[in-house]
Write a protein that binds this ligand. Structure first.
Ligand code: ASP
Ligand code: MG
Length: 404
C-alpha cells in the first residue's frame, strides 16, 4: 500500500463532467489499496474571473482582501470534488488550506509555506477517507488567509507530499507531460519520460508552463519525485527526479521566453567599479538581471548591455537615469527581443552544443544579439520576430538527441 498525492489543475476540474472524471481517477487509485490525498486548483478561469470582479469594485484592493477572495475558488473545487467522490460511493473529506495545516508567512498574494502540520490529514487517512485539500492557500500568524501566488497549487501538492513522506506526487494537467518544446507549436516535439529537477527548473523558468517553478524547487529540496501526467488521456507522463540517465541524452528541450527587455548603456567610462555601481543600484531596487554583456573598451569608454523582464524595464531605466555617473549617456531599451534556450544536464561535458545551436540559427539567417551559458543551458537573445522560427530550427537540429 502506498500514500499517493494527486494534484489536479484548473482545467482538469473545469466543469461537472471533468470533476466526475477526476473523481474516477482518484477513486480508482484508492480502490487499488492506496491512501490518497488530493490537491485541487480553482475551476477553469475562476481565479482570473475573481480578479476581474475585484477590479470592478476596487482595483487597489488590499492584498489581504484579495487573498480572502481568491481562496474562494479552491473552496468551490474541493467541495464539488468531494461530492463527486461521495456520489461514487467512497469515504471522503474536503479541507481548506488552514484545516490541512498550511502555515505561511504573511506575504499576501505570494506567501511562502513555512510548515505543513498534517495532523488532520493523517487523522482522516486513518479513518480511511480520501482527503481533498484546497491548493494555493494557507494561514499566516495573524490567523488570516494567504495565497501562494499564481499557479501555487503545485507547490501545495509537493508540500503535502514532503510532509507526509508520500510515495508519489502526481501532478495531473491538460498536457501529457513535459515536452522537448511546445507541442502545440513545434512539429516533432517529444514527450520526455524523465527529467532532473535542475532541468525542469530551467524549463519552468524559461517558459514551459507545465509545473510552477517553486514547486520544483521544493521537490528538489525535499527529494519528492513528481510525475506529470494528463487527467484527460490515459498515458504515462514525465517523471521529475534527482538523477536520470544524462549520459544518453544531451538536450532536453528548447524554450522561448519573450518577456525580455534589453537595456544598453552606450559609452560608459572604462574604469573600475562601474559595473558594481550600476548593478548594485539595480539590485537594491530588486531588479533581476539575466544576461549581461560588456564590450571591449575603446579608448576611454565601453558599452554595457543587460536583459531583464519587460515589467522591470521601466524601473531599470529610471534607476539608470538617476545615476550621476551615467549622466548624458545614451540608454536604449529594446523590448522586441526573445530569449531562446537549449536545456540539458549533459551538455557541460559535451562540446559542440553551442556550435550546433548557432549553426541552426545561422542557416536560418537569424542574428544573435547576446549569448549566455550555464552548466545546463545555452541562451541567445534574438529579434522577437524570429523567435518561433528559431525554436523550430534549433529543435530540428537537436532532434536526433531529443529521444529517450
Ligand atoms: N487557482 C490559482 C491560479 O489560478 C492557483 C493554481 O491554479 O495553482 O493561479
Ligand atoms: Mg488556475
Amino acid at each position: 500500500m502506498s500514500l499517493i498525492v494527486q494534484k489536479f489543475g484548473g482545467s482538469s476540474v473545469a466543469n461537472a463532467e471533468r470533476v466526475m472524471n477526476v473523481a474516477r481517477i482518484v477513486t480508482d487509485t484508492y480502490k487499488n489499496g492506496n491512501d490518497v490525498v488530493v490537491v485541487v486548483s480553482a475551476q477553469g478561469d475562476t481565479t482570473d474571473d475573481l480578479i476581474d470582479k475585484a477590479n470592478e469594485i476596487n482595483p487597489r484592493a488590499s492584498k489581504r482582501e484579495m487573498d480572502m477572495l481568491l481562496s474562494a475558488g479552491e473552496q468551490i473545487s474541493i467541495s464539488l470534488l468531494a461530492m463527486a467522490i461521495e456520489k461514487l460511493g467512497y469515504p471522503v473529506c474536503s479541507l481548506l488550506g488552514w484545516q490541512a495545516g498550511f502555515a505561511t508567512n504573511s506575504s499576501y498574494g505570494s506567501a511562502r509555506i513555512k510548515k505543513v502540520t498534517a495532523d488532520r490529514i493523517k487523522e482522516e487517512i486513518e479513518k480511511k477517507r480520501i482527503v481533498v485539500v484546497a491548493g494555493f492557500q494557507g494561514l499566516n500568524k495573524y490567523g488570516d488567509i494567504t495565497t501562494l501566488g499564481r499557479g501555487g497549487s503545485d507547490t501545495s501538492a509537493v508540500a503535502i507530499a514532503a510532509s507526509l513522506h508520500a510515495d508519489r506526487c502526481q501532478i495531473y494537467t491538460d498536457v501529457e507531460g513535459v515536452y522537448t518544446a511546445d507541442p502545440r507549436k513545434i512539429k516533432g516535439a517529444k514527450k520526455l519520460s524523465e527529467i532532473t529537477y535542475d532541468e525542469m527548473l530551467e524549463l519552468a523558468t524559461l517558459g514551459a508552463q507545465v509545473l510552477n517553478n517553486r514547486s520544483v524547487e521544493m521537490a528538489k529540496k525535499y527529494n519528492v519525485t513528481i510525475e506529470v501526467l494528463s487527467s484527460l488521456a490515459k498515458a504515462s507522463g514525465t517523471i521529475v527526479k534527482e538523477v536520470t540517465n544524462v549520459e544518453k541524452m544531451l538536450v532536453r528541450g528548447v524554450t522561448k521566453d519573450s518577456d525580455v527587455a534589453r537595456i544598453s548603456i552606450i559609452g560608459v567610462p572604462n574604469v573600475p567599479g562601474i559595473a558594481y555601481k550600476i548593478f548594485g543600484k539595480l539590485a537594491a531596487k530588486n531588479i533581476n538581471i539575466d544576461i549581461i554583456l560588456q564590450s571591449v573598451g575603446r579608448g576611454n569608454t565601453k558599452d554595457i548591455a543587460f536583459t531583464t523582464s519587460k515589467a522591470n524595464s521601466e524601473t531599470a531605466i529610471e534607476v539608470l537615469k538617476s545615476l550621476e555617473l551615467l549622466a548624458g549617456l545614451e540608454i536604449i531599451c529594446d523590448t522586441s527581443v526573445s530569449k531562446i534556450s537549449v536545456v540539458g544536464a549533459g551538455m557541460e561535458s559535451h562540446p559542440g552544443v553551442a556550435a550546433k545551436m548557432f549553426e541552426a540559427l545561422f542557416e536560418n539567417d537569424i542574428n544573435i544579439q547576446m549569448i549566455s551559458t550555464s552548466e545546463i543551458k545555452i541562451s541567445v537573445l534574438i529579434d522577437i520576430n524570429d523567435a518561433d522560427k528559431a525554436v523550430a530550427a534549433v529543435h530540428e537540429a537537436f532532434i536526433p538527441e531529443l529521444t529517450d
